[in-house]
Design a protein around this ligand. Structure first.
Ligand code: TRP
Length: 454
């Protein structure tokens, strides 16, 4: 069989922090707050919690089962568990998704580095709101500057992946997750103590059900999928490095709680600060690169050193969160290449990095000078976002739920969830029921709705 040394996580804590690192990313600090702003604050948060715990966690557990029972990359996993069938195409679609997400995600991750740099040079001081818009547009459409940051970001990801599972992914997750947590707590502390911050806190805690309609449910479920890194084998690949005594259900609950907690804390950074200077929270995707640097300047007016530190820590936080996610995406593709094409891990990693640099550069250029790099009327950047988030991930998630719920031998599922009978899993039946019926049906509804088929 496979003689390649795969490696594994050295400790349970390391495994949980690595999976949580994958989940916690730009999705938490950037996307969750603006979705919350768009869809009525606390009401959205309540629905989101329902989506995470009722649907997200069972699918995460299904991914863990596939990964740990096969001890293989996402393509090899299906080939081992369902030999001679077409299920392997879910795995291959996952690898393709990893390349695509990693490429456009690294573009935005690169922007966070530019903002860290700007923050260090005190470049935000004294700008007016109009100047923040102009400077962001000039930067993101500049033909070379974002590319440098993109390449740097991918090289940092490469460096960690090339060091291996325990010395790379686990070591850096254990290092970066506590740093991220401390950064968040400091920022929340500063933000909620601003004058007028209470309006923002109220917005996050008092549900406004008047904004709730079916779109809110769709947005919440889509956000839960993205934020928990579901549907393309990231968590399968990580679970293939779990030890045999890792408690899968409990690990999934921990990852879900950490991810949700950090997303909500990110809301407690952004809304109190935004409300304290009277800026609307539903500012859309430009929130973190245009609105927030402006908010930070105005919120700490009179205390320029506080504005300086706050901005710097915030963009550092984003960069760290993005890095723990990009390594998980990179690992999906690297594990596939080194195992399926039997080559050293470092060479596989290099291939992935080079390919992502190429696709990432095209994505980045497609937002500015290279507008013609587009397909179906969408710039490459938006196209890859659309294909992965709206097509591949929901299809992958639904198929993995069906695979574990219906196809996979129930004995394997039971062995995995109970660690061969050693653990009592009270929720076993509920998990299987959700995987069989609820998850595929819910995803199908979203899918049809998002594509506007009806
Ligand atoms: N979950 C990460 C975030 O919130 C992004 C991410 C990492 C991801 N791996 C993924 C999203 C796999 C979808 C699928 O930013």
């Amino acid at each position: 069989m496979n003689k390649i040394e795969r490696g594994s996580f050295g400790s349970k804590l390391g495994a949980i922090l690595a999976a949580a690192g994958s989940a916690v990313g730009l999705g938490n600090v950037w996307r969750f707050p603006y979705e919350t702003g768009n869809y009525g604050g606390a009401a959205f948060i309540l629905i989101y919690l329902g989506c995470v715990f009722a649907l997200g966690l069972p699918i995460m557990i299904a991914e863990f089962v596939i990964g740990r029972s096969s001890h293989a990359n996402i393509d090899g996993a299906f080939q081992k568990l369902a030999p001679g069938t077409q299920w392997k195409w879910i795995g291959r679609m996952g690898v393709l998704t990893a390349f695509f997400i990693l490429s456009f995600y690294s573009v935005v991750a690169g922007w966070t580095l530019e903002y860290v740099y700007e923050a260090i040079c005190n470049g935000f001081a004294g700008r007016n709101p109009e100047e923040f818009v102009v400077s962001f547009e000039a930067f993101s459409t500049n033909p070379w500057r974002p590319l440098i940051w993109l390449v740097l970001f991918l090289l940092a990801t490469h460096f960690i992946i090339a060091r291996g599972v325990e010395k790379g992914i686990e070591y850096f997750s254990k290092l970066m997750m506590p740093v991220l947590f401390i950064l968040i707590l400091v920022l929340v502390g500063c933000s909620v103590s601003l004058p007028g911050a209470s309006a923002g806190i109220e917005f996050l805690l008092k549900p406004d059900f008047s904004k709730v309609d079916s779109n809110v449910f769709l947005a919440a479920l889509g956000q839960a999928f993205f934020s928990l890194s579901l549907g393309m084998g990231c968590l399968c690949t990580y679970a293939s490095y779990f030890n045999k005594d890792t408690n899968l259900v409990r690990s999934a609950v921990s990852v879900g709680l950490i991810d949700t907690f950090i997303a909500i804390l990110a809301g407690f950074i952004i809304f109190p600060a935004a409300f304290s200077v009277g800026i609307e929270p539903d500012a859309g995707p430009s929130l973190i690169f245009i609105t927030l640097p402006n908010v930070f300047q105005q919120a700490f007016v009179g205390f320029p050193w506080l504005a300086y530190i706050f901005s710097l820590l915030f963009y550092l936080l984003l960069a760290v969160a993005a890095l723990t996610s990009t390594i998980s995406l990179h690992e999906v593709a690297t594990a596939y290449i080194y195992e399926e094409f039997k080559m050293p891990r470092k060479r596989a990693a290099l291939i992935v990095t080079c390919m992502c640099i190429v696709i990432g550069v095209l994505c980045s250029l497609s937002l500015g000078v290279g507008k013609q790099i587009s397909l179906f009327g969408l710039p490459l950047f938006d196209l890859l976002d659309f294909i992965t988030a709206k097509l591949f991930m929901p299809i992958g998630g639904a198929l993995m739920a069906v695979f574990v719920g219906w196809y996979l031998d129930k004995r394997i599922v039971w062995e995995q969830l109970t660690n061969d009978g050693k653990l009592k899993v009270a929720s076993y039946k509920a998990i299987i029921f959700i995987l069989r019926y609820i998850a595929p049906a819910a995803i199908l509804v979203i899918f049809i709705n998002e594509l506007g088929i009806i």
